[in-house]
Write a protein that binds this ligand. Sequence first.
Ligand SMILES: Cc1cc2nc3c(=O)[nH]c(=O)nc-3n(C[C@H](O)[C@H](O)[C@H](O)COP(=O)(O)O)c2cc1C
Length: 367
Amino acid sequence: MTNTDLFAPCTFNGLPLKNRIVMSPLTRARADMEGNAGALQAEYYAQRASAGLLITEATAVLPEGRGGPFLPGLWDERHVAAWRLTTEAVHAKGGRIFCQLWHAGRLSHSSLHPKGQPPVAPSPYRQKGKVVGANGLADYEEARELRLDELPGVVDAFRQAARRAREAGFDGVEVHGAHSYLLDSFLRDMTNRRTDAYGGTIENRARLLLEVMAAVAQVWDPERTAVRLSPIGHAYDAWDSDPESLFTHVVEQLNALRIGWLDLVEGDTGVSRDAEPSFDLGKLRRLFKGALIANNLYDLELAVQARRTDAADLIAFGRPFIGNPDLVERLQAGAPLVEADRRTYYSGGEKGYIDFPPMSREDAAAG
Ligand SMILES: Cc1cc2nc3c(=O)[nH]c(=O)nc-3n(C[C@H](O)[C@H](O)[C@H](O)COP(=O)(O)O)c2cc1C
């Protein structure tokens, strides 16, 4: 593949990267029930360390912030040593890794919570559909509205988890502000119907996310702080009456905080790249002053095109990294990609996780 800078070393926000390919956050449910990652995760991420930047799977900042069983956390000091195995293994291979910090909000289940308490949200809301709880599939429950006096605790949970991520040796952190999880659900007027300082106007609805970003950017440099947004995605009822004004405001405020990275999910994650005709995401690209990571259904051709038109600085691949630990080398060689078996996405164990062989000579030649 000639004539693209996708595979060339680059530096963003003072961080040298091997290339412009990012591993998108991918929940794989291989931690233990107490939220500890371990040697298995270390092996998995190290296998993928030829990416310019790895972003971990969603990592809960509170036990009640988990959206399923066997997901990792950073809500406790003991999680630090567990994650350090991963950061050391990735660094030993010259890779870079950010930790994605997450609160699932209403998309969680009481069976996963320490006291069996209901999930929380900006406003009472019952999501349609099913969630994987501690005892298997369960209906979503009616979420409890977070009280005003509980919100500083949410901000502090992100702050403390960001500090632990530092202690664990990560190169930075990404706040999960997408996919209708807690912070995204505060942004949108379909899921946020509060009448206090965190609801109503766009400024109010963006307040919690921006307070979290400011807190995290104090623990880290803003340059090592990223945020993931899915402005035109509608997963889990993520609707807003005016997404363009909402996300324009958010990005302006991210600039004011000097946040270094915006991880932008273009369209409905994993489903479609179609934008609402009223809202050109290119506007956010032009507005954001830091490094823009674009994600969603990219293949090599689209990625090359995005760089040619400067639509993004870096391209994040999600599912292709599951079956292809050496995705960068395969893309560069134009080799065929292995499609992972969806049944192994969250199944636990080594199968479908760390057992994908590197590209063969025949595959390389096929390119
Ligand atoms: C198995 C799986 C787990 C995912 N887990 C997360 C996650 O933890 N955090 C997140 O922000 N996105 C998550 N996503 C979304 C991906 O990061 C990405 O946005 C999506 O797969 C689209 O990119 P792709 O077409 O390259 O796969 C997940 C997707 C899949 C398939």
